[in-house]
Design a protein around this ligand. Structure first.
Ligand code: ADP
Length: 497
């Protein structure tokens, strides 16, 4: 049994700082750094999207025109290599047909694009003669890999000792495609291995295959790992997850405390730390000016940074936003993109309350940091939340979270009790707009008790939601997968092919 440093290849469709639409990119950019610090040989693989600047990131070609089997034929991929931080290698799969586009997802050929990425990554490690102990796959885009290791790569000596860990970052995005993808992936003849319920009829569900075939499955908080065993949160897979319960874990995401540090972050208006919270007020003033809000520091500023979708609780906000604006004394700053309905709703709010509501319907990393730093509170009333990074970043920058008690929000934010001073934010339980409204009122009331509020800020800023603890838990998980593989070696070999 391998007790020493592990060789880990983490595969992700998005990785900070190269490409990001959400929390997955944050995780893929930060967890490997923490694993490296624990002494492991960790490397990352992602596609090289056309918008990733080769010069800026100092990317060099390490392999050119390797053959990647696709749909019974072969297509060429080149591999670029760069670094995350100073020491984690990142390999980018280059193919202009699939990746020279402006965005990351939402193309008709997404199934092909990510199958190609995964296959190229596996062929790449063979070319580099770098044998990973662990393939750490993330979300539907890389879910085909556990399936391959039990089929087409099953007898490949190169992968004899390689295990798969499959992390679900959001069970709601499953990657459902027509049956043709099995031909593309070269596994049509293994269809009998998969029980009928794993995919709807005549369709292939990538997420389902990842859950079914991976040695170990995990999600990104303990509460979400339990919630997805219920029909309410299971997205149709509670039965399969229950079947895999013995191999299902929850590990809370961390935040990159180096990149996200109010004392050094180059993106915010002014640096600050717990000994100099005036700097935070300066950020608030500068943000108000930047956003066209009235320059009033004594009025609480509520920030929201989010995809504008029902998952994130925008239907709750939609119900009461008018009442909030008319009855409560606060300012709102929102940064987000998503459903057109919410674009229109918030545009109207801005029109009606130009000095109290600032609405930015775009994706902007720099502005996001400025909002974490300049806001007093951070609203995140999610319907479900696998982990949530927004509330962790908010705590790090001293913006007090107001959240619904679900998934990772429940595991990281506890309700402030004015009698005991326990708690680090404001929470509510039921998915209900009045419950949310009440906790916003409690937050605004508490804000006006200066000492209590300063204490909450300091508590948030000194909490440790860095990757240190969670990275060690991932290492345990990798080792569990390796033990499991060793114990079930015969079973693996006997999978009928
Ligand atoms: P998700 O479900 O979208 O992954 P998380 O809370 O886990 O939610 O992570 C969201 C990440 O994306 C955070 O780093 C947040 O700051 C960032 N983010 C979300 N929307 C925007 C936006 N419009 N502009 C910049 N950053 C954003």
């Amino acid at each position: 049994m391998n007790e020493g440093p592990l060789k880990i290849l983490l595969l992700s469709a998005e990785v900070v700082p190269f490409a990001k639409t959400g929390g997955l990119a944050d995780v893929a950019g930060a967890l490997p750094k923490a694993l490296k610090e624990l002494g492991h040989d960790v490397r990352i693989a992602m596609p090289h999207y056309g918008f990733i600047d080769r010069q800026k990131y100092n990317l060099g070609q390490v392999l050119s025109n390797i053959d990647v089997p696709m749909d019974g034929q072969s297509e060429a991929a080149s591999i670029l290599e760069g670094k995350i931080g100073t020491s984690v290698p990142i390999y980018m799969v280059e193919n202009s047909k699939y990746y020279d586009r402006e965005g990351i997802y939402m193309y008709q050929d997404d199934a092909d694009r990510f199958i190609f990425f995964c296959r190229a990554a596996l062929e790449m490690v063979k070319h580099l003669n770098w044998k990973p102990d662990v393939l750490h796959c993330n979300d539907w885009h890389t879910a085909i890999i556990p399936n391959w290791l039990r089929t087409i790569y099953r007898d490949d000596p190169f992968f004899q000792n390689t295990v798969t860990v499959y992390t679900i970052h959001n069970l709601a995005y499953q990657g459902v495609f027509g049956k043709r993808v099995l031909e593309v992936a070269g596994i049509a003849k293994y269809q009998h291995l998969v029980p009928p319920g794993v995919s709807p009829e005549n369709q292939i569900n990538m997420m389902g295959r990842g859950i079914f075939f991976a040695d170990i499955v995990n999600t990104v908080s303990e509460t979400y790992a339990n919630e997805i065993l219920t029909p309410e949160y299971g997205e149709g897979y509670d039965w399969l997850l229950k079947e895999r319960r013995d191999h299902l874990y929850g590990i809370l995401n961390g935040v990159d405390y180096e990149v996200n540090n109010p004392a050094t972050d180059p993106r915010i208006f002014q640096h600050y730390d717990i000994h100099n919270l005036n700097g935070k007020t300066e950020n608030k003033k500068a943000l108000q000016q930047y956003a066209g809000l009235a320059p009033e520091t004594h009025i609480p500023l509520i920030g929201i940074i989010s995809r504008l979708s029902d998952q994130k609780g925008f239907d709750l906000i939609g119900h009461v936003i008018e009442g909030m604006m008319s009855n409560l004394n606060f300012q709102l700053i929102l940064l987000g993109t998503g459903s057109e309905y919410y674009h229109n709703l918030f545009s109207e709010i801005k029109h009606k309350y130009p000095e109290r509501a600032a609405i930015f319907l775009t994706f902007n990393n720099e502005l996001a940091q400025r909002i974490y730093a300049g806001s007093d509170m951070f609203l995140m009333p999610s319907r479900f939340e696998p982990c949530g990074l927004g509330q962790l970043l908010a705590l790090r920058y001293g913006s007090i979270p107001i959240v619904r008690e679900t998934g990772g929000l429940k595991d990281t934010v506890t309700n402030y009790d004015p009698m005991t001073n326990n708690g680090n934010g404001f929470t509510f339980k039921n998915y209900d707009s009045l419950a949310m409204y009440t906790s916003i009122v409690r937050a605004i009331e508490t804000y006006h008790y200066h000492d209590r509020w300063q204490m909450l800020i300091q508590k948030g800023m000194t909490a440790d939601f860095s990757w240190k603890n969670s990275a060690a838990k991932y290492v345990e998980l990798y080792r569990k997968a390796l033990v499991h593989r060793l114990e079930h070696r015969n079973e693996y070999a006997n999978v009928p092919g």
